[in-house]
Ligand binder design. Structure first.
Ligand SMILES: C[S@@+](CC[C@H](N)C(=O)[O-])C[C@H]1O[C@@H](n2cnc3c(N)ncnc32)[C@H](O)[C@@H]1O
Length: 254
């Protein structure tokens, strides 16, 4: 992203977030709604993610399989079909409370694995320190401005257990520029922009893979597995900006 684009995004500040919240308020709480009318790709997507996750669990120092966090979880599509099959507890964070309400209904079948539901934007969310084995962010990071994304990643760093991984699955542009979508107030970043952000937040990418078998005409979709460059010591956690609310106070029960 060039400086001008970045400044323009920062200038719009809160409006960037309220506009996307308004957009999502009008979207039905269905798989098709979550996937912008491409609900039929959900099986391919989940299969690709499962292959990727399996490969991470076969690493020499794999993450444990106790706690996962689904970021921008929508109606729990990924939590239900993927994360609860691997992890005994799955927490969800999602800015639209109506989607979380639907997630609770859809996930009745695996409700024993459903943990805390946080009705928050990622820009305002702080994971509990050293709680998660895997933090999964998919098709949501385009709703965060660059600075908020770096700060969110830093808070995720503190939220990971030893051997924990941050997994990203996002659209990327084919050009070297970010592309802005004013309809849902989101941006799509080029690969290099993501790599730069990972590094800035203190992560190293240990595995990167493109999702195959998606229909032509869609953005390329990439999966990344990120590890903290340095293990987070509790003494350093206080340096990370965790001022964004104590989320446990916001646990959402219906
Ligand atoms: C394209 S949908 C993807 C949902 C889910 N990750 C999936 O793949 O099924 C994007 C989701 O991100 C949520 N979202 C948008 N802005 C967000 C923000 N700032 N923080 C958290 N979630 C956000 C939307 O409400 C919506 O549920």
């Amino acid at each position: 992203m060039d400086v001008e684009q970045n400044e323009e995004l920062q200038l719009h500040g809160g409006k960037f977030y309220t506009d996307s919240a308004e957009y999502w308020k009008k979207i039905p709480p269905t798989i098709n709604g979550m996937l912008g009318g491409f609900g039929f790709i959900t099986k391919t997507d989940i299969e690709g993610s499962a292959l990727f996750l399996n490969s991470l669990l076969e690493l020499p120092n794999p993450p444990a399989r106790k706690y996962a966090l689904d970021c921008g979880a929508g109606i729990g599509r990924i939590s239900k079909s993927l994360l609860t099959k691997y992890f005994t507890n799955v927490d969800l964070v999602e800015q639209n409370p109506r989607f979380l309400q639907e997630a609770r209904v859809l996930m009745q079948i695996c409700s024993s694995r459903l943990g805390i539901l946080y009705p928050l934007g990622l820009q305002d969310f702080t994971p509990d320190v050293a709680k998660y084995d895997v933090i999964w962010c998919q098709w949501v990071l385009g709703y965060l401005q660059n600075d908020d994304l770096v700060n969110f990643f830093k808070r995720c760093l503190a939220g990971l257990k030893p051997n924990g991984l941050l997994v990203i699955k996002e659209n990327v542009t084919t050009s070297s520029n970010i592309e802005v979508d004013t309809k849902d107030s989101s941006i799509t970043r080029p690969l290099d922009n993501y790599r730069h952000i990972f590094e800035k937040a203190g992560f190293t990418c240990i595995k990167e893979q493109q999702q195959t078998r998606l229909p032509r005409g869609l953005y390329p979709v990439y999966m990344f597995a990120l590890r903290p460059v340095r293990p987070v010591q509790s003494s350093r956690i206080s340096e990370i900006d965790t001022s964004k609310t104590s989320n446990n106070e916001l646990d959402f029960t219906f």
